[in-house]
Design a protein. Structure first.
Length: 207
């Protein structure tokens, strides 16, 4: 129970929302795609903000799974990983409106097996670069995490974690999938010429 509750609360600490509100003068959920994740942070505030968001999300996921592993081994990794993913996507501190779980999925892949991590990174970049759509890369990586886990032969708790992660990330991309089918999904473009982190910029849409 400690692993699950602690993991969920860690996941609910949204790096994107904290950075956008405290350092950049706005709520990222009200801009771009409306998603509180690394991709939308890069789209709205630039690559630096996106990378910092990714790092923060990976660290909180790693902490949740490390605590789980120390207490319960592989079962703890699975419990902590699922809990932090749920917290990230549905954060209790932010009205259950969070990210899509891709950065947490990357941390899960690394915790499961380094070969699984490499496979999902390759799937992400191949999908994103070929289509110029981050959503395609994210969905490809989500599917690959289960495929790679099966090929590598990870433990049952880790496999359950991968399957749960795949299902939730794909579910969180349901609107992207609809747009992909309709041909209306936009290409990814990072923001440019924005103020450095720590220097707030007034958001005319919120003033």
């Amino acid at each position: 129970m400690l692993v699950v509750v602690g993991g969920y609360l860690l996941g609910s600490l949204s790096t994107a929302i904290f950075m956008s509100r405290s350092l950049l003068g706005g709520d990222v959920r009200k801009k771009g795609s409306g998603n509180a994740g690394a991709t939308n942070m890069a789209r709205v505030y630039g690559f630096k903000a996106g990378l910092l968001t990714l790092a923060g999300d990976v660290l909180k996921a790693a902490a949740a799974m490390l605590i789980g592993w120390l207490l319960l081994g592989d079962r703890g990794i699975a419990a902590g990983g699922i809990a932090v993913l749920l917290g990230h996507c549905f954060p209790v501190f932010h009205h259950f409106h969070g990210g899509k779980g891709v950065s947490i999925g990357a941390a899960i892949g690394l915790a499961v097996d380094w070969r699984v991590f490499l496979a999902i990174v390759c799937a992400f970049f191949v999908g994103a670069l070929l289509t110029k759509k981050v959503s395609v890369g994210s969905i490809s990586a989500a599917v690959m995490i289960t495929v790679a886990a099966l090929v590598v032969g990870v433990s049952t708790p880790k496999l359950v974690l991968c399957v749960c992660g795949m299902c939730l990330v794909v579910f969180q991309h349901r609107e992207n999938i609809r747009r992909l089918i309709k041909g209306t999904e936009p290409d990814f473009k990072a923001a440019k010429n924005l103020p450095p982190l720590g220097k707030k910029k007034k958001d005319s849409a919120e003033s």
